[in-house]
Structures are given as C-alpha cells and as structure tokens.
Ligand binder design. Structure first.
Ligand SMILES: O=C(O)CCC(=O)C(=O)O
Length: 292
C-alpha cells in the first residue's frame, strides 16, 4: 500500500488516488474547504445548537450571554442538520466534494444523511464500525465525506481507519473500552497495530471513506479543544436504499428521503419524501446490532 496515494493534491483526484480508494477504501483531501467556509460552518454549528435553527428534542435552554463553547459542551452530535439548516443543506453540494465523489462513486449521486459532531472535551468516540451496516446500499457505494471543521488530532479524537474494504459486514461484539460511546464494536484485536491508522488532519480537510471500511474515533482527551466535524453520506443514485433507520422507519426497499446531488435520479418518478427528523445523538448509543 502506497499511503501517499491516499492524499488528494489541490482537490484534483489522480488515477493513483482513484485506484487507492477502490482498493483501500479511503482518501484524504487536505485544504479542500477554505478557511472562510470553515468559519461559516463554525458559526452555523453554534446557531444550530443554540436552537436558532429550530428546537430539536433534548436541546437545553441557552442562558443570556452563554458563550458558544458552554452551549456546545452539552452535546455530542446532531443527525440530519441539513433538514433545519439551509447552509448545511447547501454544503451537501460543495463543488470540490462533489467533483471527487462523482469520480469515485458515480456521476449520479445522492445524499441520504448528514451528521454534525461537536465532540466536546471529554466526550467519547464512535466504536469500530462499517457504515453500510447501518445504511445499506445495494451496490456498496456508500461513502462518508468527513469535513474537519476543527483540526482533528489523536488527542481530541480524530478518525482512525483500517485501510481495506472487507467484502462483508464484520461481526460485532460487546464494547468494553471507555473510549467509545457505543454498546458494541467490531473486534479489531487480531489486526496488526501497524495497520490501524490515525487520520490526523487540519481544519478544512475532507476524509472520504467507503461504507465497508472499518473506522472509529476515540474519546476527546483534551480539556479545551473541540473536535467539530460535519459528515455527509452519499451513494450512487443508481442503487435503491433499503434503509429503515434501525427500525425507526417502516421497512422499505427504497427510502426516498434523499437529496439528488449530481446527475440523474433513475428513481425520480417515485418522488422524494421527508421522513427523517433531526435528532441529538445520545451520549451512549444503545443500538445493538446482530447477536452479541
Ligand atoms: O467523527 C466521528 O467521531 C465518527 C464518524 C463516523 O464514524 C461516521 O461518520 O461514520
């Protein structure tokens, strides 16, 4: 594996980058988002969690004069912020992100999920998982575009990736590590430590990872440093999306709560729906997957 090929220079995907993604399931694009755009995302993040884009169940009252940092400390993440924030919705279409995705996924591209992590000091991370376990596509095209709003370091809980794309969903076992908020995890103890990579990136970088690629993030061990990241999930518009949100929605062969991002939607005749509602991520994630 030539790790250099994981890095996209100047936002221009090279043939080596594409080959790397197809084999190893991830890519890193430093400085893809401008500092000005990052500032705007930071302001929007504060506005969302202050309730200025609408109340989301579980949001706490904001006191007069309470600084953003105090407000944000109370939360881990919000799911589907694009449903209440026009600027997050617009960001789904970020041209530099879409240009890369239309080459690594399909010219016909749709988005079904956004998540905005604030991950305040002290908050736990996400255990080892493959995103397609939760969001199944039919063609294994799921990809997360993970936008670093703050610098992401080992200390504040950056992403960790195990390069590769196992051709199946790996077994999950109870989680006993206090690094993670989840009740279960993929057991990676058999994997050679040198194959488990921290993805430390500067603010403005975007990490792309395939829905079969194992990834996690650890606890934010700093006292004062947030690790804010916006993660948008995309897939090919050619694939149907049998996603019931872990049983929150009725079983479906094709969830049409999607945003067409580029190209054509072969299922456009079905129209779209608005079923997923924004919600705050609980501190401890109780979704149990499979038999433990
Ligand atoms: O940002 C994180 O801490 C975890 C993100 C993640 O696991 C995901 O987007 O699937």
């Amino acid at each position: 594996m030539n790790k250099e090929s994981a890095y996209i220079n100047d936002g221009r995907l090279s043939p080596e980058n594409l080959a790397f993604y197809l084999e190893w399931g991830y890519l890193v694009a430093p400085d893809l988002i401008t500092p000005h755009e990052i500032q705007a995302l930071k302001k929007e993040t504060a506005a969302i969690f202050r309730g200025e884009r609408g109340f989301v169940e579980g949001m706490l009252p904001v006191h007069e004069g309470e600084p953003d940092s105090e407000v944000l400390k109370k939360y881990v993440a919000i799911h589907f912020p694009h449903k209440i924030s026009k600027s997050i919705h617009d960001f789904l279409f970020h041209p530099r992100i879409v240009e890369i995705l239309t080459q690594v996924v399909s010219p016909n591209l749709k988005c079904m999920q956004s998540m905005l992590f604030v991950k305040a000091p002290g908050k736990a991370g996400q255990s080892w998982h493959q995103d397609e376990y939760y969001i199944p596509t039919r063609d294994q095209s799921l990809v997360g575009a993970w936008v670093a709003i703050d610098d992401a370091t080992i200390d504040n809980g950056c992403l960790w990736i195990i390069p590769g794309k196992p051709g199946y969903m790996m077994r999950r076992v109870p989680n006993s590590s206090n690094e993670y908020a989840d009740v279960d995890t993929i057991d990676v103890s058999d994997i050679e430590p040198g194959r488990i990579l921290p993805v430390e990136v500067g603010s403005g970088a975007v990490v792309f990872f395939n829905g079969y690629t194992l990834h996690s993030s650890r606890r934010n061990k700093t006292n004062d440093c947030f690790r804010t990241a916006l993660v948008n999930h995309y897939m090919s518009a050619e694939s149907m999306l049998p996603w019931d949100q872990d049983g929150k929605l009725p079983p479906t062969e094709d969830l049409r709560d999607i945003v067409l991002i580029a190209g054509e939607d072969p299922y456009g005749w079905k129209q779209t729906v608005d079923l997923n509602k924004p919600y705050l991520r609980p501190e401890v994630l109780k979704i149990k997957t499979g038999q433990l």
